[in-house]
Design a binder for this molecule. Structure first.
Ligand SMILES: [Zn+2]
Length: 239
């Protein structure tokens, strides 16, 4: 029996409706059911589970960084750490997009209050790239998944992945001092098209902001030839 395309679409819809009833989607964070359009994280986790990060007045930003925004405070050993771990190692790209969407929404609210002057330039989302070998292993870049979520709520474009690369294979940053992290990341990134940065306000996106070594180094590479220009940073968490 040969089915037409319309019939196949209908069958697919019936199966997916059935599987939603039989196997409702559960939150990867807490196990409660998830309400569409979300597929990975429930509304309670997105709205109430984590501690919002309050901007740290003592944090010294490099001159080229206009703002640093993190949505939540990192909870060592808690739900958020577990969630970010799943995003990185359990092939859950959707988690990144949903976290990015929430972070973008929170940033827009924060921006309304603080009104960062990002000038006439269109913001351009620049996810921290992974080294190609790591990306191959993982199948996707978790920072890019977050960036795509931010893009969905802000309408800002995401830089094409070929434009900025990670050229240096770095060892894990965990346990390194701030100085050692900086050294580890020195010249880790390479921008292949300076023109695109000249016409945008780059916003560097990552999962966690710890000492800032990664995001600062990337911003430094982006604005290497135009020190008058500024960049911003958005992350899901602040450690
Ligand atoms: Zn949940």
């Amino acid at each position: 029996m040969v089915h037409t395309r319309k019939e196949l679409a209908m069958i697919k819809k019936i199966i997916s409706t059935f599987s939603e009833i039989a196997f409702p989607k559960v939150c990867v964070c807490c196990g409660n059911s998830v309400v569409p359009p979300n597929e990975c994280i429930c509304n309670y986790c997105l709205r109430n589970r984590f501690e919002p990060h309050m901007s740290d007045e003592t944090l010294i930003l490099p001159e080229i960084i206009n703002f640093q925004f993190a949505m939540w405070q990192f909870d060592k050993g808690g739900y958020l750490q577990n969630l970010l771990h799943k995003l990185k190692y359990d092939y859950l790209k959707g988690v990144g997009e949903e976290l990015g969407f929430a972070a973008g929404k929170a940033f827009l609210k924060y921006n309304e209050i603080n009104n960062f002057n990002i000038g006439e330039l269109t913001p351009l989302i620049v996810p921290v790239p992974l080294h190609p070998s790591k990306q191959r292993k993982r199948g996707y870049n978790q920072a890019r998944a977050i960036g795509e979520g931010i893009s969905k709520v802000t309408d800002w474009p995401v830089i094409a992945s070929a434009v900025v690369e990670r050229v240096k294979k770095t060892t894990t940053q965990t346990g390194l001092s701030s100085e050692a992290r900086k050294k580890n990341l020195f010249q880790a990134f390479k921008l292949n098209d300076r023109e695109i940065i000249n016409h945008h306000f780059p916003i560097v996106v990552d999962d966690v902001f710890t000492t800032g070594a990664t995001t600062f180094e990337l911003a430094d590479e982006l604005l290497k030839e135009n020190r008058e220009q500024r960049a911003g940073i958005i992350t899901v968490a602040m450690a």
